[in-house]
Design a protein around this ligand. Structure first.
Ligand code: PRP
Length: 212
């Protein structure tokens, strides 16, 4: 399989958009992608193997070289700090990271708590703001934390803003805009530079709105 390319794809909300992008770039991906619980899908015609991972784990697979390339959110890249090349902004799954809390929130001096699934990113952000906070790591449904008194604020992704709104929370600070990126293992880039360059080129044409 040395001339095959292994691609780590994020399961969940980025998946469909990433799939659409690859198809528009001319990759012939079977219907199996749209309706399957398989975690590894081989596409022999393209000499490609796709692995379907948790979004936060994609940079880990790519850093370890078990995937040559991957699609990862900028949020995961900031949080995970993996040694991979970020070669293309795919401009999909646009959203942003924000600090949110209950309306009328006022900063507390004593033991402020922030819940997030991005503990490293949140720690870094509050350090830069010169504010000392305790970060509480959660794995999802972060918006629950201020509602039941686990934390005063949260650091989380805002996409449509619906989750905040429907749970009576408000955005307090915007941290950084987020999109998905194509990432590459540095060794794979040396060994398979032509194939990877071609993939970047094909995808960038679609991203820039030209035909593949
Ligand atoms: C993400 C994020 C927010 C929500 C934002 O959660 O953590 O909760 O989406 O989207 P919105 O602004 O469009 O409402 P996700 O649905 O991925 O699940 P999670 O809570 O398990 O992390």
């Amino acid at each position: 399989m040395t001339d095959w390319l292994t691609v780590a794809m994020p399961k969940g909300r980025i998946f469909e958009e990433a799939l659409e992008l690859l198809r528009k770039a001319g990759y012939n991906l079977p219907a199996e992608f749209d309706d399957s619980r398989k975690l590894i899908i081989d596409v022999p015609e393209e000499k490609m193997r796709f692995i379907l991972a948790k979004p936060m784990d994609v940079p880990t697979y790519v850093e370890h070289g078990v995937a040559d390339v991957g699609v990862a959110g900028k949020d995961t890249m900031i949080e995970e700090e993996r040694v991979v090349y970020e070669v293309l902004d795919l401009k999909i799954s646009e959203c942003y990271l924000a600090v949110a809390g209950l309306p009328g929130y006022e900063k507390k001096d004593i033991n402020p708590k922030v819940a997030s699934k991005y503990p490293n990113l949140a720690t870094q952000y509050f350090k830069e703001q010169g504010e000392q906070v305790e970060i509480i790591k959660l794995n999802g449904s972060i918006e629950l934390a201020p509602l039941i008194g686990l934390a005063d604020r949260i650091v989380d992704i805002v996409s449509t803003g619906r989750t905040l709104k429907e749970n009576g929370l408000v955005e307090l600070e915007t941290i950084v805009p987020i999109t998905s990126r194509l990432i590459v293992n540095p060794v794979s880039y040396r060994m398979q530079d032509e194939r990877i360059d071609q993939m970047v080129e094909r995808l960038s044409r679609v991203v820039e709105g030209e035909e593949a």
